[in-house]
Design a protein around this ligand. Structure first.
Ligand code: DX5
Ligand code: ZN
Length: 220
């Protein structure tokens, strides 16, 4: 995957009675990606929205849809999200299923794949999958809710994976998700992060603030 620096607004922090406007704001700002959080009430203690919502949003924009499945059985829901127009589907390492098979199914459908780990998951289980992924997502909060505090300690894992990426000449993107705001840009860039998911921080900034936030990442 082409390596570039990206700010991906998380629509979870948008207005759920009017998600189209939240999408169009990111579009108007010139963002290339939007992050869509799918929660099942099992793997995480919250529910968000499903493939129908993704499909309906898809009609309004060609922005890159970065779909993050927080599901106990993500392998069962890959097809509906591909049909809904996902450009990338990321799945968690923690639940038990055929990770490698699911990652390959996503790629075979012609879209990008990603593997995600929670803040308290070690990187060992990621290592054998690194040559099969387009993106590695490090949760910088415990997933389930927007508006939580960024966990800095996660960056040491990102840094380690960034070192392995270099040594093994791999080209996946490194993404962080949870509590990310303008203050975290520098340490994340130093740890090798490429894609910055930001929900609460992005949607509460004014036009100038959002522009400066994006520039700090994308012009780096
Ligand atoms: C956390 C979600 C995040 C969330 C980030 O469960 O995976 O994508 O939307 O939102 P903020 O930036 O508000 O932490
Ligand atoms: Zn997410």
């Amino acid at each position: 995957m082409q390596r570039e620096k990206i700010l991906a607004p998380s629509i979870l922090a948008g207005d759920h009675a009017n998600l189209r406007d939240s999408l169009m704001l990111a579009n108007k700002d010139g963002r290339k990606w939007i992050h869509l959080d799918i929660m099942d009430g099992h793997f995480v203690p919250n529910l968000s929205f499903g493939p129908q919502t993704v499909l309906d949003l898809r009609k309004h924009s060609s922005i890159f849809f970065d779909v993050h499945l927080m599901l106990e059985q993500p392998d069962r829901y890959i097809d509906p999200f591909i049909k809904a127009g996902a450009d990338l589907i990321s799945i968690h390492l923690e639940p038990q299923y055929d990770h490698s098979g699911a990652l390959s199914k996503i790629r075979k459908a012609g879209i990008k794949n990603g593997i995600v780990i929670n803040p308290d998951t070690q990187i060992d289980g990621l290592i054998p999958l690194l040559d099969q992924v387009d993106l590695v997502l490090f949760m910088t909060v415990f997933p389930g809710f927007g508006g939580q505090k960024f966990i800095h300690e996660v960056l040491s894992k990102a840094e380690e994976i960034s070192g392995i990426r270099k040594k093994q000449n791999l080209n996946f993107l490194i993404e962080v998700d949870g509590g990310v705001g303008p203050d975290h840009v520098k340490p994340c860039l130093e740890a090798g992060v490429d894609v910055f998911v930001a929900g609460t921080a992005y949607y509460k900034l004014d036009d100038l603030g959002r522009r400066q936030f994006a520039e700090a990442i994308e012009s780096s």
